[in-house]
Design a protein around this ligand. Structure first.
Ligand code: IPE
Ligand code: MG
Length: 224
């Protein structure tokens, strides 16, 4: 989710107005995803490096996050959405951490869409932390590493690897997002600013993805 600030600036609005509009795009995307046969959606909401933004900006993002969780919890349950927040939790305000735990618990039975929201997330920090957990001796090293990675990021065990990464706002970089999990992801960089992102963009992205020839290092594409 990138481009909230530029969306607001181009209209003479405050950055927090851009983030509010971005929250509408989240709602639209969460509703559209299952209709497009997307079973897992991960949104990069707040990176570990975003703490370096001014306190007022961090405050408005955290406020919006809490409001989103409180307001959308019932709708998520009704729509079969299961929430999983990935990232660190020890630096979040206790009220936010509680809202996350509450919403994860309330939505735990959802099977329509796994909605993962990355908050205080850094893939490199997660990889470094996972590497310090003790490995299981007789396990496959890569599988065991994923288990440890999931543990440090609070990710649900068994979440599949990333198929498609969409970055909005014209930036073409990874910015410390799901580095291990997106090893074989397809990438799509769109000029659209996140607050303008809608189901048509998502539909076109899925169509683009379906047209890609994924070989995973082999000579021929795997039958899907
Ligand atoms: C996305 O919009 C919000 C976050 C992920 C924190 P930005 O705040 O990055 O918006 P720009 O890049 O300034 O337009
Ligand atoms: Mg940005």
């Amino acid at each position: 989710m990138d481009g909230n600030g530029r969306w607001a600036a181009s209209r003479g609005l405050s950055r927090s107005a851009g983030h509010r509009q971005g929250a509408q795009a989240v709602r639209r995307t969460v509703e559209a995803a299952p209709e497009l046969d997307i079973s897992t959606l991960t949104l990069f909401a707040f990176s570990a490096d975003n703490w370096q933004r001014p306190p007022s900006e961090v405050g408005s993002l955290m406020f919006l996050l809490q409001k989103y969780l409180d307001n959308e919890s019932r709708r998520m349950v009704e729509n079969g959405v299961r929430l999983n927040v990935i990232g660190r939790r020890d630096r979040l305000q206790p009220a936010i951490a509680r809202a996350i735990a509450r919403t994860e618990e309330a939505t735990a039975e959802g099977t329509g869409l796994l909605l993962r929201v990355a908050i205080d997330y850094s893939a490199r920090q997660a990889i470094a932390a996972a590497s310090q957990l003790p490995p299981r001796q007789d396990a496959d090293p890569a599988e065991d590493f994923v288990r440890r990675l999931d543990r440090v990021t609070h990710a649900l065990a068994g979440t599949p690897a990333v198929d498609l990464v969409i970055r909005t706002s014209g930036e073409q970089r990874v910015s410390d997002f799901l580095l291990w999990e997106s090893a074989y992801a397809e990438f799509l960089f769109l000029p659209v600013l996140w607050p303008d992102f809608d189901r048509h963009h998502l539909e076109a992205a899925v169509a683009d993805f379906r047209g890609r020839n994924r070989r995973f290092g082999r000579l021929q594409a795997l039958a899907s």
